[in-house]
Design a protein around this ligand. Structure first.
Ligand code: DC
Length: 662
């Protein structure tokens, strides 16, 4: 996840590949409970791993359900309507409404001696309407705290034939969902009719419930949104295998990406055209604008079709969330796009009509808006402006505006507060960068070169963190090369140059946070010794070794950008980098810093010997014939002898900022 203050998305050129989207929470917990109520085994694929699903899984285990978790595939061996354990069980529901409400209903019908509680906030969330409905049926439920709220005690029911069961629909649609999922258990000898009192909210979620019930063999007769009938004698049938769909609203960004970006197409894994989520209808709107979409079970494939896209006028009441993505697609169209019936945008995370209009205008677009509509005019080439997009703590604003980076004018887009995407899709930008590509020249590189112990590593990694960029410690590559050469019994001199360079060309080196791997070996500590630094300096003199490491170093230039530190980053490896810094500090200062570092690691040494070592290394690094240590002509000099790390980081960020168009 990007938790930086902002994320600069470079000009994007095209996109190809597959993205796997995270699963839908609502579907995950419904599927788990229904699988538990069946006879037999259900293999659930792509289950969402979240707090709420963990709560449900723990409860099912307590009831004696077979639960086998293998990554995101979970196999549930159902109870077949017969609880294995039903005495004195206490369930902890955390703050998971999607577990608390349906489990209460199912357990109340099955009966036992159960206590259900949760975190303090759960004890403030209403459940009274559901309890009232269940009591009408003969269920035994007592409040252990305040009336109308968890915690609850559930006993044995004496189920009776009843008139229609009434439940309120205007507080939470989860009450109705809970009854719909549990009452087939009580329908052995009678039809069960549920009547909704008041206007039913969140109807698409009831649709999800009905759809899933149908997949588990329970047909519910629906009369409008007021009356639901469960037929006598129905029973839960395991579908055998079921896939939890990915979130359809999240899919909209990648459907749009496929429609906008040149390339071999985008495949979305996890949700298909037959999705039971309302927002999947976004695909029809995208197709109307030009996207070519094909679909199979649990996947979608999108190619660019009409280009430019076609402007449309659309009533978006059925896809309010995903429709925001259309507003950004509209920028790439041949005529204006009007999205109508979107009054609900005004009362979401932010006033989304204002937000979309304001941010589209920053990109250069003309936008008109009304109480419940917005018209976005397209941008031609030479009209796009680089913009810093304010995101209003609204995940959807952040995600949809990242798509503006495909503009014809190669203008970068800054997304402020990118971590707001965590609400539904923490790894959204990682997913975007895994399929999007840029011209290499558009992927920014900041080079920090300088002598040993000048603090370039710390400075570069801090700046990388602040910008959300990748980090290349090129010195580590020379250190690992020397380590591997010594391990292979080679000398570090010119006579073994060819062999060392062959080793370097296929070096199985991997960086994982602060850990450096050479194949299966963690070499992080071994390559950090003074001795290893000296050895690195020796192999780095050999021209063939340097050449062998060039491609590896270039491979670090990936979206969204790179901080590279070393000796020749700005002069040889990334000569076109837009910012180069040459970092120096006096030899005395550097020796002192290194001394402190080593002492803190418990390694004893003297200042004098350290300084002599540093100077010897500087001399070798600066005097070698190939890529000697020297500042690039266009490098900014930074002497940090008397600067704190924070001050150095601020300086580099200030230089960087001054070069940005935002
Ligand atoms: O930055 P460092 O101390 O980890 O580097 C170890 C040695 O590797 C250094 O003495 C010189 C060499 N090196 C190089 O020649 N070119 C680079 N880009 C980085 C390091």
């Amino acid at each position: 996840m990007f938790s930086t203050a902002f994320l600069d998305v470079p000009a994007l050129q095209g996109a190809s590949g597959t993205v796997t989207l995270p699963g839908s929470k609502s579907i995950s917990n419904r599927v788990l409970l229904l699988s538990a109520l069946c006879q037999g085994t259900t293999v659930v694929h792509d289950l969402l791993d979240s707090d709420d699903t963990r709560v449900m899984l723990a409860a099912l285990r307590q009831l004696g359900c077979g639960v086998d978790v293998q990554g995101t595939t979970v196999t549930i061996t159902g109870l077949g309507g017969q609880l294995k354990h039903h005495d004195a069980i206490e369930f902890f529901m955390g703050n998971a409404g999607t577990a608390m409400r349906p489990l209460t209903a199912a357990l109340a019908v099955l009966g036992g001696d159960f206590t259900l509680k949760g975190v303090p906030r759960m004890h403030e969330r209403p459940i009274g309407d559901l309890v009232d409905a269940l009591r009408l049926l003969g269920c035994s439920i007592d409040y252990l705290g305040n009336d109308g709220f968890p915690p609850l005690h559930i006993g044995k029911p004496s189920l009776k034939v009843v008139a229609p069961i009434q439940v309120r629909g205007d507080v939470s649609s989860q009450f109705l969902t809970a009854l719909l999922m549990a009452l087939p258990l009580a329908a052995k000898t009678q039809d069960i009719v549920i009547e909704v009192v008041g206007e039913l909210i969140s109807k698409p979620y009831i649709d999800i419930t009905l759809n899933l019930l149908a997949r588990y063999g329970i047909a519910v007769q629906r009369d409008g949104w007021q009356r639901f009938t469960i037929s006598q004698g129905c029973s839960y049938q395991s579908p055998g295998t079921i896939h939890v769909e990915a979130d359809a609203s999240s899919a909209s960004y990648f459907i749009a990406l496929g429609a906008i970006a040149e390339g071999d197409g985008i495949r979305i894994q996890g949700v298909g055209a037959d999705s039971i989520q309302g927002d999947i209808r976004f695909m029809d709107a995208a197709a109307q604008m030009g996207a070519k979409i094909t679909s199979g079970p649990n996947w979608l494939e999108i190619h660019r079709g009409a280009w430019p896209l076609k402007g449309i006028t659309l009533d978006c009441n059925h896809i309010p969330d995903a429709a925001m993505t259309l507003a950004v697609m509209a920028l790439y169209a041949d005529s204006p796009t009007t999205l109508r019936n979107i009054a609900s945008w005004r009362v979401k995370e932010t006033d989304r009509i204002v937000a979309m209009a304001t941010e589209c205008r920053k990109l250069g677009a003309t936008v008109e808006e009304g109480p419940d509509w917005i018209t976005v005019h397209p941008l031609q080439s030479k009209q796009w402006k680089a913009a810093s997009i304010h995101t209003y703590d609204d995940h959807r604003v952040a995600m949809c505006f990242s798509l503006a980076a495909f503009n014809a004018d190669q203008a970068p887009v800054r997304i402020e507060d990118p971590k707001c995407v965590a609400k539904t899709f923490p790894d959204y930008f990682e997913a975007l960068f895994s399929v999007a590509h840029s011209h290499t020249k558009d992927i920014p590189v900041i080079c920090i070169d300088g002598p040993t112990a000048s603090g370039k590593g710390t400075l570069a990694s801090r700046v990388a963190q602040a910008l959300g960029y990748h980090y290349l410690d090129s010195g580590a590559l020379y250190r690992v090369t020397a380590y591997a050469a010594l391990k292979a019994g080679l000398s570090l001199e010119a006579n073994d140059e060819a062999r060392i360079s062959a080793l370097a060309r296929t070096l199985p080196v991997r960086f994982e946070g602060d850990t450096v791997w050479l194949g299966q070996e963690d070499v992080s500590d071994a390559i950090r010794t003074e001795q290893a630094g000296m050895s690195a300096s020796k192999v780095s003199v050999l021209p063939a070794v340097r050449t062998s490491l060039v491609a590896l170093q270039h491979s670090f230039q990936r979206l969204p950008g790179l901080l590279a530190d070393g000796r020749d980053m700005g002069t040889v490896i990334f000569p076109d980098a837009p910012l180069k810094v040459f970092l120096t500090a006096s030899a005395a200062q550097r020796a002192e810093r290194r001394h402190k570092q080593l002492i803190s690691k418990g390694i004893s040494t003297t200042l004098d010997s350290l300084r002599a070592d540093l100077e010897a290394r500087d001399a070798r690094d600066s005097s070698r014939s190939v890529a000697p240590l020297k500042a690039a002509q266009d490098a900014y000099q930074l002497d940090n002898s008397s600067l704190s790390i924070e001050a150095s980081v601020d300086q580099v960020l200030t230089w960087w900022q001054a070069k940005q168009p935002f």
